[in-house]
Design a protein around this ligand. Structure first.
Ligand SMILES: *[C@@H]1O[C@H](CO)[C@@H](O)[C@H](O)[C@H]1NC(C)=O
Ligand SMILES: *[C@@H]1O[C@H](CO)[C@@H](O)[C@H](O)[C@H]1NC(C)=O
Ligand SMILES: *[C@@H]1O[C@H](CO)[C@@H](O)[C@H](O)[C@H]1NC(C)=O
Ligand SMILES: *[C@@H]1O[C@H](CO)[C@@H](O)[C@H](O)[C@H]1NC(C)=O
Length: 175
């Protein structure tokens, strides 16, 4: 059997295979500053059957279309060696319109979309209640084999150049 055919068969097997890990979020911190932009922002997280579910809602005082997102994702392996998986500054409106083009970010966006049903596009509407219900990281959206370790994302959301929201997520892969 050719090596290529063999690899193809393995990769098909990998696609449908059960994942042997779960994502656990240990810490979620959300802070916000601009009361003339944010009407209401609430969030909560529950742990159930080795899965972390996040819910929240965001209501803005008025329409906004100038949003810059600064985000980093770092990973620490079992030897505590840190790898920066990404660091990017992005225009959120362009990002939301092109989200499907980046594979890594698409993994997050896809899970988000299941619950927010395509509401996330610019301009973000004032007086609209953006809600997230029991969002979680679905292992099936990730490769079958991931290394053990912990991860952390730090995200700063700047609205009209003002630092408005900060989100920190720290979690780990549970095998
Ligand atoms: C939601 O957040 C607002 C402030 O942004 C606060 O006044 C309100 O009590 C919160 N509601 C809940 C259910 O936590
Ligand atoms: C959670 O994960 C631990 C460790 O992998 C396992 O022993 C336990 O049975 C799991 N609990 C549930 C409810 O899946
Ligand atoms: C956002 O990221 C850019 C590029 O890394 C950086 O120059 C800028 O200072 C960051 N903005 C804030 C408010 O941290
Ligand atoms: C927005 O929706 C959430 C979740 O359903 C709810 O708890 C919250 O009170 C709503 N906020 C407003 C301002 O209607």
């Amino acid at each position: 059997m050719s090596v290529y055919l063999w690899l193809l068969l393995i990769s098909i097997g990998v696609v449908s295979e059960e994942r042997n890990f779960k994502f656990i979020i240990d810490r979620l911190t959300v802070m916000h500053w601009e009361p003339e932009i944010i009407e209401e922002l609430n969030y909560s997280m529950i742990q159930l059957n080795n899965r972390s579910y996040v819910s929240g809602n965001l209501q803005l005082k008025r329409d906004i279309d100038k949003i810059v997102v600064n985000t980093t994702l770092d990973f620490w392996n079992m030897d505590n060696k840190k790898t920066r998986l990404y660091k990017l500054q992005t225009d959120a409106c362009i990002f939301l319109a092109n989200i499907h083009k980046n594979r890594l970010l698409n993994i997050f966006a896809k899970s988000f979309d299941k619950h927010t049903a395509g509401q996330l596009k610019c301009p973000l509407k004032g007086k609209f209640n953006y809600t997230l219900n029991n969002w979680y990281l679905d292992e099936m959206d990730f490769p079958a084999y991931l290394p053990a370790g912990t991860f952390q994302t730090n995200t700063e959301i700047l609205v009209e150049k003002k630092k408005t929201i900060y989100v920190m997520v720290r979690g780990r892969l549970l095998f």
